[in-house]
Design a protein around this ligand. Sequence first.
Ligand SMILES: *Cc1c(COP(=O)(O)O)cnc(C)c1O
Ligand code: SF4
Length: 338
Amino acid sequence: MQKSAIIQRSELGWQAQLRNAISSVPQLCEILEIDVAEARKYSDFEPDWPIRAPLSFVQRMRVGDANDPLLRQVLPLKVERKNVSGYISDPLGEANATPQPGIVHKYKGRALFVATGSCAVHCRYCFRREFDYENHKMSRQKRKRALTYFKEDTSLSEIILSGGDPLMLTDKAFYDLCDDICNIQSIKRLRIHTRLPVVIPARLHQDIIQRLAQLPIPVVLVVHINHTNEISHELGLALRSSKAAGLTVLNQSVLLAGVNDSSQDLIDLSLRLFDYGAMPYYVHLTDPVTGTAHFDVDINRASAIMGEVANALPGYLVPKLVKEQAGLTAKQSILASL
Ligand SMILES: *Cc1c(COP(=O)(O)O)cnc(C)c1O
Ligand code: SF4
């Protein structure tokens, strides 16, 4: 496929873009002009968890570069099949923090709602790649029960829509869900964790932004961007509009070997986010999930990298380095070594 064809496709609506997403490694190699025979040596052409990458995201990858930081996030590798001791399917103990399907309630005052089981992109490092989405699959009844749970536990003041990706819902289903949550008296903030607009910027259209801005409670939009190259101008403008409309716009990243594990990568990312009105929030250390060990960055190196970031930027552009540990009541903050 020619690059011009990619560009044309990225002008389609978000659902059409989703349907046209890359779903095979050879197809991706062809677009990026990467030698397929060479790729077959290290890449898994038939992974258990399929490749998925929308063309508008692929368009931001460098042609001919097998080490491109965006490509590395989506390309299935043979090393994923390696059994590494200590790497399990549910390292965060989410199954124990699930009072009922669709809800993960671990922290005081806030609960996470798994609004859908699917995502627009399959990130190879994902800590939910082994998540029991079947059990969490949304049905009318589960949704109703979840809303009842949120209403009855009056210690909850914030609901986090997560997934999967909550923006995979249709506009109508998404708006209805937001309205239902806002109608609960004790809920004071609504948070949306999403990566969809990052891979398909057209998803964060003006109607969604305006609807969120008009909700009766403050909305925090947390996007998930790992590398500066992910921020196309179109995405940047959507983030800027979200902020202008009154949303709080934050970013979280995962620290990934071979993707963004240098202070310069993180410095560039913070600066670009700020250009478009988004604030860096968290940088997560990876979780020990089956098939992801090759993405790990050692904790001491991570804190040295964050030290360099802290030495280079104003404090408000330095994201907090965190690690999630099963059983703890908040994400654990790791100090930057200066
Ligand atoms: C990360 C997370 C949250 C949100 O934590 P904050 O520190 O408030 O960003 C809430 N619930 C669960 C289950 C989480 O994993
Ligand atoms: S978008 Fe988020 S939940 Fe979905 S695969 Fe990527 S990291 Fe995982």
